[in-house]
Write a protein that binds this ligand. Structure first.
Ligand code: ATP
Ligand code: MG
Length: 392
C-alpha cells in the first residue's frame, strides 16, 4: 500500500556546506542498497528530505530491510502518496490509511499537517482540526491526544500529498563515503568484520586486506574471508579485498627469529604491508579487531609493539569490548555464523606454546635485524603479487 518512503536522517554535523555532501552520499548509498530489490525505486532529494518512490509492485519487507542497512538513516517512514484532488478525496484517503495501518482502533492520535505548498486552500491548523474531526467521526473508538499521542499522523502537502505515521528505526551513523577510506585487516575471525562494520558506520569506506598462507591455510579459509567481506559490503558498499600471500614471510620469520616472538613480529609485518597497501589505495588509516587482553598478542605491551611500526592512525573500535559484546554485534549484523566456521587462520599456524605477552620493542627490533637480508624484497613481492577481489 505504501508508494514511498520518507527517509529521516540525523542533522548533527551536517550544517552548511557539508550538508549536501552528506545528502548526496546518502542518496547514493540508498540507491546501492535498493539495487538488489526487484523494481525501479526513484530516490530523490528535495527541500531537506529524501524520498524513495516505490514501483507499483515491490517486496515491502525486502525494501525496508535494505534501507535498514544504510548508515546515516535514522528513520524510515512508509508513506502513502496521493494526488491533490480536494480535501474530501484526501480525507477518504486518510481514513483508508488509518483503517489499514491501525486495524485496532483503540488508540490516541494527533494530526500534524505541514503545508510546504502555500497555495493549498486550507492552512495547517485548519487541516489538523478538520481531519481530526473526520477521523473521530469515522472511528469513534479513537481519541485525540495532542500531548502524547500513540499515532502521530503527518500530512505533508507538497506537489503531491504525503501521509505517514510510522517511523521504522534505521541504523544511524553516517553515510559511507563521507569520511574517507580505511584499510581493514580482515581475518576469518569474529572480531575484524565487526570492527569494519563499526568504522563503516561512521561513514568510512572500507578496503580490506587478508593475509593468506597457502598451503598452510586452505582455499576454504580464504573463501570464508571473501564471504565475510560480502557481509560487511552489505552495509559498507563494495569492498576491495586484497589477498596477500604471506607464506614466505612467515616461514622466513619462523626460520630466523625466536619462536616466542613470532606472533608479534608477524603482526608487525602485517601492519607494515597493510599500511603500504593503504597508501597505494588512498586509504587514510588501518582498522583491526583487536581488544585489550583478548590474547597474548593483544596485551597493552603487545599492542604497543605492533603499533610501533605504523605511521597511519590505527582504529581499533573493539579495544574495550568484552568478547560477548562483540559476539552480540556479530550476530546482529549476520557475520557470526560465517566467522565460527572452523578454518585455520595464518596467525594460529606458527604460534609458539608460550608467546611473549610483554614484548620489549628494542628486543623485537633486534630480532627483526636477523631478517634484514631478504625481508624488504619479500614484503615488496607480497605487495606486488596481492590479488584484488572486488566483493559486493
Ligand atoms: P579476529 O576475530 O578478527 O580474527 P582475533 O581475536 O583472532 O581477531 P588476532 O588473530 O590476534 O585476534 O588478530 C588481531 C587482528 O589482526 C584481527 O582482528 C585482524 O584485524 C588482524 N588479523 C589477524 N589475522 C589476520 C589475517 N590473516 N589477515 C588479515 N588480518 C588479520
Ligand atoms: Mg583471528
Amino acid at each position: 500500500m505504501f508508494q514511498a518512503f520518507l527517509i529521516k536522517y540525523g542533522e548533527i554535523g551536517i550544517k552548511g556546506k557539508n550538508r549536501y555532501l552528506f545528502e548526496d552520499a546518502l542518496v547514493k548509498q540508498i540507491r546501492h542498497a535498493l539495487k538488489p530489490v526487484e523494481g525501479e525505486f526513484q530516490v530523490s532529494k528535495e527541500q531537506g528530505r529524501i524520498y524513495v518512490a516505490c514501483p507499483q509492485d515491490y517486496d515491502y519487507d525486502e525494501a525496508v530491510e535494505a534501507l535498514q542497512r544504510v548508515f546515516g538513516i535514522v528513520g524510515i517512514c512508509p508513506t502513502v502518496c496521493v494526488e491533490d484532488e480536494g480535501f474530501d478525496k484526501l480525507s477518504r484517503d486518510v481514513l483508508a490509511y488509518m483503517d489499514e495501518v491501525y486495524p485496532d482502533k483503540d488508540k490516541s492520535f494527533k494530526v500534524c499537517a505541514r503545508r510546504a505548498r502555500k497555495n493549498y486552500p486550507m492552512d495547517s491548523m485548519e487541516i489538523n482540526a478538520e481531519m481530526g474531526h473526520r477521523i473521530l467521526e469515522a472511528y469513534p473508538q479513537m481519541h485525540v491526544d495532542v500531548h502524547d499521542p500513540q499515532i502521530m499522523l503527518t500530512i505533508e502537502v507538497r506537489e503531491k500529498i504525503y501521509i505517514y505515521s510510522e517511523i521504522i528505526p534505521g541504523p544511524g551513523g553516517m553515510p559511507v563515503g563521507t569520511n574517507g577510506k580505511c584499510m581493514l585487516l580482515l581475518s576469518g575471525g569474529i572480531d575484524s568484520p565487526v570492527a569494519g562494520y563499526m568504522v563503516a558506520k561512521r561513514g568510512v569506506k572500507i578496503d580490506a586486506v587478508y593475509f593468506h598462507a597457502p598451503p598452510y591455510t586452505s582455499e576454504r579459509a580464504k573463501q570464508k574471508v571473501v564471504d565475510l567481506a560480502a557481509q560487511v559490503a552489505k552495509y559498507a558498499g563494495p569492498v576491495y579485498l586484497y589477498v596477500v600471500n604471506f607464506t614466505d614471510i612467515q616461514l622466513y620469520i619462523y626460520d630466523k627469529c625466536p619462536h616466542d616472538e613470532l606472533t608479534i613480529i608477524m603482526r608487525r609485518y602485517m601492519m607494515r604491508i597493510a599500511e603500504e597497501l593503504a597508501r597505494k589505495n588512498e586509504a587514510l588509516g588501518l582498522i583491526t579487531g583487536e581488544s585489550i587482553g583478548q590474547v597474548a598478542s593483544q596485551t597493552v605491551q603487545s599492542l604497543a609493539a605492533t603499533n610501533e611500526v605504523c605511521t597511519m592512525p590505527v582504529f581499533r573500535p573493539l579495544i574495550a569490548f568484552d568478547k560477548q559484546d562483540i559476539i552480540d554485534i556479530a550476530e546482529k549484523i549476520g557475520t557470526f555464523e560465517t566467522s565460527i566456521q572452523p578454518y585455520e587462520d595464518c596467525c594460529t599456524i606458527f604460534v609458539a606454546k608460550h608467546p611473549v605477552t610483554k614484548p620489549s620493542i628494542p628486543v623485537i627490533k633486534r630480532s627483526e635485524k636477523k631478517l634484514e637480508e631478504k625481508i624488504d624484497e619479500m614484503v615488496a613481492q607480497a605487495i606486488e603479487t596481492a590479488e584484488c577481489v572486488i566483493v559486493s
